[in-house]
Design a protein around this ligand. Structure first.
Ligand code: 3HC
Length: 283
């Protein structure tokens, strides 16, 4: 399996983490993005993370260097024409995803498999933008990807059995726990997690408690490793808002209404850790 030609599109926090876990299992990875600076930042981040493993003596320096040799990058989408397996991990924006998938259609090999790491969009709908919908699937990772065990494997209406089995086995190869879930807005995890985060923001918005207290209350009282406000900053407030909007639009119930305070942060460009500021400030 390790000899497949693998490409990850999108060098943001998810694409970077996905690239790292594939590298650590001996895969050759081509990471692409439309911006060179994103690839540069992703490469540095992977190096830093692998270096930490060397310091913890879980990897030797030689092994780390060998893994990094297997990391290729490009800002040219044309490299997709050589690939067997492509993971789309760009931002959670439907128009951008539709365009990217349509562009890939003219490039990829007929038998290539395309997986989307979408957080909430319909796999069946996304599959209508590719040439070969039977070879399209959801492979949903969680942040931080090197730490989180779960992968949601999402079959669209057209996804073939062979492709879903392949992706499931691939998840196991990554030493993660893949689960089949049906194609439904937010799948399982985000359908439950993101409304909880939205509710936490509502509690702040309505003055029930300040954001630091809301976080601490959930850590102490519900044993969450991270409070919901910190987690929102960690995931990205724009991503949280995009998922809430999809849930609201698709499921049509007011309980999914995005909190105006969340929208306010996103409009002001305070997106969380990735911009250095969300509810909290980051260095
Ligand atoms: N990359 C790689 N490794 C990381 C990491 C990162 N970004 N952050 C932490 N780690 C590793 C540390 O090196 C450490 O490893 P070790 O135990 O092997 O030495 C381990 O994780 C624990 O880290 P820390 O001791 O520094 O910190 P914590 O114990 O507080 O754990 C956390 C940090 C794992 C992030 C924990 O707070 C947590 O699990 N938070 C919740 C994360 C979560 O809910 N993620 C899901 C988000 S939803 C999503 O991604 C879906 C998407 O579609 C929006």
């Amino acid at each position: 399996m390790q000899d497949i030609k693998l490409m990850i599109i999108g060098a943001g926090q998810m694409g970077t983490g996905i690239a790292q876990v594939f590298l650590q299992q001996g895969f050759n990875v081509t990471l692409t993005d439309h911006k060179q600076e994103n690839i540069h930042r992703a490469t540095e981040h992977i190096q830093e993370n692998l270096n930490k493993l060397v310091l913890k003596e879980r990897l030797t320096t030689n092994e780390m260097e060998q893994l990094l040799v297997n990391l290729n990058s490009s800002i040219d989408l044309q490299v997709a024409s050589e690939m067997d397996f492509i993971i789309e991990a760009i931002s959670e924006n439907a128009t951008k995803k539709f365009k990217l998938l349509s562009d890939l259609g003219n490039l990829v090999k007929e038998d290539a498999i395309i997986a989307s790491n979408t957080s909430s969009f319909s796999i069946t709908e996304l599959s209508t933008y590719v040439i070969n919908p039977e070879r399209f699937i959801g492979m949903h990772f969680f942040n931080p990807v090197p730490v989180m065990d779960l992968i949601e494997v999402v079959k669209g209406v057209h996804t073939s059995e062979q492709v879903s089995n392949f992706v499931f086995e691939l998840g196991k190869k990554l030493e993660k726990s893949p689960f089949y879930v049906n194609d439904s807005p937010g799948f399982v995890l985000n359908r439950i997690l993101i409304p909880m985060i939205n509710e936490a923001v509502f509690a702040v918005h309505e003055g029930v408690a300040d954001f630091k207290s809301v976080d601490t209350i959930m850590k102490l009282g519900a044993n969450h490793p991270m409070g919901p406000i910190s987690l929102a900053d960690f995931i990205g407030l724009d991503t949280c808002l995009a998922i809430m909007e999809t849930l609201h639009e698709e499921l049509g119930d007011d309980k999914y209404r995005p909190c105006p305070l969340l929208r306010k942060y996103v409009r002001s460009g305070k997106l969380g850790r990735k911009t250095g500021e969300g509810f909290f400030h980051y260095k």
